[in-house]
Design a protein. Structure first.
Length: 208
């Protein structure tokens, strides 16, 4: 069985588990409140729980690029690949990002620019010219219906895109520096990613 198939089965099992937990909790709540919670309200709460679960995203890759002379290399660009856990519409235009280096905190907003990678290299893609240190953009690596670039939507669990961020000078990363990146979705889900700069043995590096 392929990895994609295994992921799909695992996703369904997890979703069913969440639904069962939600139903059990809501049943207890209904009994404890002397049946003041109607079936319609319970169904609505279950639907809201399912909607939140299906808007969950995965982080599948974290990379950065060093710039500068050999004695003072610093990571100035980072790219974080995301993909939906389930096939469900996720409006990435509503995403907000917070970055922190334990000295400063910055809130980044979506620039409105998302493009397919096509034949471009990741860190030299033209879309970088459309973002600055206060915004982020997207480079789609797999998006068969162009939903990301056309509608700012990830709608399949096979969709994959890099969030691209140009760091401001006060966030440049030298070996051993750590940055925390938090992704805030409107569903209330928060995804936290910790990035630690490795030894600059090459220009483009992977964060562990």
């Amino acid at each position: 069985m392929s990895n994609t198939g295994n992921l799909g089965i695992s996703s369904v099992i997890i979703l069913i588990s969440f639904i069962l937990i939600s139903v059990t909790a809501l049943s207890v709540l209904s009994n404890d409140t002397t049946n003041t919670t109607s079936e319609e309200e319970i169904e609505q709460m279950i639907d809201e729980s399912i909607e939140e679960i299906t808007k969950y995203i995965q982080i599948t890759d974290k990379i950065g690029k060093y710039y500068g002379p050999s004695h003072q290399k610093e990571i100035q660009k980072i790219a974080i690949m995301i993909k939906p856990f389930f096939s469900n519409e996720i409006d990435i235009s509503e995403l907000t990002i917070k970055i922190s280096n334990f000295k400063s905190v910055k809130i980044l907003s979506y620039s409105g620019h998302a493009q397919p990678i096509d034949t471009n290299h990741l860190f030299t893609h033209p879309v970088w010219n459309n973002i600055d240190e206060n915004t982020f953009g997207f480079i789609a690596t797999h998006d068969t219906d162009n939903s990301l670039s056309d509608y700012n939507i990830l709608n399949k669990n096979t969709d994959m895109a890099y969030i691209i961020i140009t760091l401001s000078p006060d966030f440049y990363m030298k070996k051993g520096d750590i940055i925390t990146v938090q992704l805030f979705l409107t569903s209330g889900i928060i995804k936290t990613v910790n990035l630690e700069a490795p030894l600059p043995m090459r220009s483009i590096i992977s964060f562990d």
